[in-house]
Structure formats: C-alpha cells, structure tokens
Design a protein around this ligand. Sequence first.
Ligand code: MRU
Length: 335
Amino acid sequence: MVASPIRQPARTIWLEGRSICILDQTRLPHEVVTRRLARVEEVAEAITMMQVRGAPLIGVTAAWGMALAATQGMPLARARELLAATRPTAVNLRWALDEVERAPDPWRRAAEITEEEVGRSRAIGEHGLPILRAAHKRERLEVLTHCNAGWLAAVEHGTALAPVYLAHEAGIPVHVWVDETRPRNQGARLTAWELGARGVPHTVIADNAGGHLMQKGRVDLCIVGADRVTRNGDVCNKIGTYLKALAARDNGVPFYAALPVSTIDWSLESGAEIPIEERDPSEVHTIEGVRTTPVGSHAANWAFDLTPARLVTALITERGVCAASTAGLAKLYPS
Ligand code: MRU
C-alpha cells in the first residue's frame, strides 16, 4: 500500500508487471492510496470493500481478476464465481467476466477491455458535449449529478462527467451541483474531489436539496451514470436517482443518463427484474463512524433504485444519443 500527497494518477487502474494497481477509493478525498493486487482473491476483496467501485471500473477490475486467476492456475469458472459474488447490480461485472472467460488469452482480453472502456468514456463525452452546449443559455451552465459517475467510476474520463469535463475544457462556464449521496457519500467524497482536481466549479449539496434547486430554476439539466440499463431504457443507478428524476420531470428539467454498452443488460426487458444490492445497515446507522441512530432502531440500506425510462430525457452512449426506449436503443445497437 502506498500513500502519497493529493495527486491524481492518470488512470484508476493500471498494470505493474503481473500485478494490478488500483486507487483505494475508500481513502479519498483526504489521501491518495494505491494498492497492488496480485491474486484474484485480492481483486474480489477490493471490489467487495468498494476500494474500486463504479460500474465500468468494477467490470474492468473483474476482467483483470480473471487474468490473475489464469496465472494463479485457478479454473476460470471458479474465479468467475468468486468475482460475480462481489456485487450484484452493476451488470458490467458479469459482462466483463463473460468476455474474459471465453477469450483465448485472459491477459490480452483484460487489456483490450480496459482500452475499449476508455474509448467508450471518451465517446460518451463527445456525444454529450453538444447537449451541454445547447443547454448553456445564461451566465453559467448549471448541471446536477448524483453519486460518482466520473473518472473514478471508469478508467479515464467517466460517463456522466465525461461531457462536463469536455464542456469545461471548451470554455463553457459549467458549474456542478454535487449530491452528497448518502450513505457512502460518493458525491461528497469522490465527485467533488475529481471535479476539484480538474478545476471544475462545483457545490456539494445535501441529497434532499436537488428538488428545491430545480424548483428555483437553478438546474439546467441533470446527468447521471448507470449501473444497469435494460432493453426498454429503464435506468438502475445509485439510490436517490429516481427522486431526482421525479423532481426533474415535475420542473421541466431534462434528465440524462450516460452509459457505455457494457452497462446495458440485453437479457432483461425491463428494470423490475434487476437485483438491487442491499448493503450493511451500519452504513445508514453511522456517519464517518459515529452512530447517529438510537440504539434499538433498525436501518435498511438499498444501494440502487430504478428510474423508469419515461422519466429519462435521453441516454448518452458511446454510439450517440438515443431515446430511453426499446426502439431508441435498437437504433444505436441493431445487433
Ligand atoms: O455503489 P457504487 O459507488 O459502485 O455505485 C456507482 C453508481 O451508482 C454511480 O452512480 C454510477 O452512476 C454508476 S457508475 C458510472
């Protein structure tokens, strides 16, 4: 484990010899700690502990886990089982496991998946940029995002934040309202950190503030990532996304989800069948390790929710922008 002063490495995951290096995201924003993973068991642990998280990055990390398993001499079917059990909702994980399991060379396929994911993030940014440009009608462009769907959730660029970074680089005065995202605070800890490191103006808000800001006309558009999108365009994303989409609809604010093809679950017609991760209630009971609920109270901790396609203005993918519908997705992905 290596701790260093606050400095962003070029990528969230990289290779050193036959080990995988990751940024331990549980240590951000106060320190940048990298971890070296040499065995598939360590990869499974890093995903389970959310040292790596975010749908595209979970997929890429699992792909490297399969490569390590091959070198360890572990049968890939066993490695697959181990890695698939880490987190249930982001479909990128299973997508990447399938890809590597049927590849003749796991190391090569994991490297390809990594590069492909970087390319998809870049393309999502390019397709999303015109939407942000068109929405910029006043002094600053006000964007609201939920959780972390930036560089830290991918390998580079991100998904929802990829167009934001391009807009910022293009000189559009973009400001981001960052939902804190209880209980794990991915917005407050991670999105704020990565936006800050790239000089993008942002303000962290309590999770319940978004509706108020939209009512006051202080949000031009919402853009979120996704952990799984089904054939009909339903979007499963971090818990609380649905409430933002409802508030956006009620206030006439466009609501976009940005995602790569690895997030689309073609096997499911609609989102009702998506398994929603339930995490340890202790994450709700406590804030930064301090218990806030009375002893004896129960807590429940659903990590994701479903935003029905009808509330989504459009999906931004690496192939372009489409309606959140079966027909819309089929147009971009005919096969
Ligand atoms: O539980 P996490 O942090 O892995 O969840 C990630 C998210 O839900 C993000 O909101 C995101 O949109 C999906 S990853 C681009």
